[in-house]
Structure formats: C-alpha cells, structure tokens
Design a protein around this ligand. Structure first.
Ligand SMILES: O=C1O[C@H](COP(=O)(O)O)[C@@H](O)[C@H](O)[C@H]1O
Length: 232
C-alpha cells in the first residue's frame, strides 16, 4: 500500500546502509522472539549487500536464511541463487546462520516445490525480512510476466509456500515463494540499482495490469510498506 524511496549516492553506500538496517531488524527479532528469518533474492544486484551483511555482528546462530526464489538447478550451477548466497553471504560472521535452500533433488520441479514448502514451513509467518529484486521486465521473485502459475502466485488467497513458475524470460523452471508468503514481511525491501531499473519502477508505479509487471502486486497490495533501496 505504501512505498518509501531510499536513494543513495552509489551501490557501495546502499549496500552498507541496507546491511545496517537488515542487521538491526534481525537483531530486534532475535531479542523479541529468540530467532529471526530472512528471505533474499538472487540475480546480479545483491552481491555487495550480501558481503556487507555477512560481516555484521548479530547472533547469526539464531537466524534462518532462505531464498525468495530459485532456479530448478543444483547448488553447483553458476545460475543458482543458492550458490550466490553461499559465496557472498554465508561466510564471515554469517557462516553461523542456518540456510534453507529451495532447490530439491526431486524428479520434477513440482515435487521440489512440495518438498521445499515442507522444509521451509517453520519460517516466514511472517518473515522478519524479505529482500526483493526486480527484473527489467517488471518481475519480482519468480513472478514473471506470462508465467505458467502467475495468477496463482499473485493471488492473496494462495497459501504461504513455494510454487513453480515457467516463463519465456525465466530460463529454467523456477521455485518461488508466493505473494502471500512475502508481502507481510516485517521489513519488506525492494533493492534495485541503475537508471534503467528506476525507469522500470516508474512504469510499474503507473496504471496497468499486475500480470504485465508483477512487481505491481507488491507495490499495490503488500500489507507491509515497500522500502525501496536504490542507487544509480
Ligand atoms: O531472476 C531473478 O532476477 C531478479 C532480478 O535480478 P537482477 O539480476 O536484475 O538483479 C531477482 O530478484 C530474482 O531473485 C532472480 O531469481
């Protein structure tokens, strides 16, 4: 319902400030409830943020990290979001965190989604933190325009958990948390960088169908305010 823009001079400054905010939120969750959860995105944008967050002094042993979405590829595949998190976030102080992958070595992506939903069911009611990205086509998580399960993924009545998505722009079949799983995170962040993404965001904020630019579902209907972190 609400979006707040946080603009920074450059990606390094953004990474540091976002890491500070996320660390503060996770620490507050541990203090209040004894544990904390965070779902993070993949793609090319979050690497510097992950590295900054990995060095923050919080009680990582009480933090569970999972992914907003994942390709149906094993963790040694260069396109795996798990691999990105493994190499950039699950190190330094954050090496003590518990990581829940979405990829499962199942025969089909549908079976993997069922197993991943079961494996992650203890976290995210709601997530303490969810970090979303956005593609140039207006997708977020694996909510792709033209996606095979897009309407179900965006339906607020679809239960929390992971469903599959196949789309022309997605490459491999995907596993993604549903809209209902992510929209009420205590800290809901949209992390985007570059002038091009700012233009995509402006287009998404204008009138149009959610199915054309699925990030609109978050911008319009998320229960939590969307904190937009942007740098040129
Ligand atoms: O496919 C994906 O892309 C988006 C955005 O990625 P970027 O490379 O434009 O930063 C990402 O949020 C999502 O998790 C990922 O699976």
């Amino acid at each position: 319902m609400t979006a707040n823009m946080h603009a920074f001079a450059n990606g390094a400054e953004l990474a540091g400030k976002l890491a500070d905010k996320v660390a503060e939120t996770l620490s507050a969750a541990v203090a209040a409830r004894g544990s904390a959860s965070i779902a993070v995105s993949g793609g090319s944008t979050p690497k510097a943020f992950f590295q900054a967050l990995s060095s923050r002094s919080i009680d990582w042993g009480k933090v569970t990290i999972t992914l907003v979405d994942e390709r149906f590829v094993p963790a040694d595949n260069p396109r795996s979001n798990h691999l990105l998190v493994q190499e950039n976030l699950l190190k330094d102080k954050a090496a003590a965190a518990n990581f829940l992958p979405l990829y499962q070595a199942a025969a089909t992506v549908e079976e993997a989604a069922v197993i991943a939903t079961e494996e992650t069911k203890a976290v995210g009611h709601p997530f303490d933190v969810a970090i979303l990205g956005m593609g140039n086509d207006g997708h977020t998580a694996s909510f792709f325009p033209g996606g095979s399960n897009l309407k179900t993924a965006l339906d607020a009545n679809t239960p929390r958990g992971i469903i599959t998505m196949e789309a022309e722009g997605a490459g491999e079949p995907r596993l993604t948390f549903t809209f209902s799983s992510l929209q009420d995170a205590r800290l809901l962040v949209l992390h985007i960088e570059g002038e091009g993404k700012k233009e995509v965001l402006a287009k998404a904020e204008a009138a149009g169908e959610e199915t054309e630019m699925p990030i609109r579902a978050m911008l319009r209907r998320a229960a939590s305010p969307v904190e937009i972190y942007w740098a040129p």
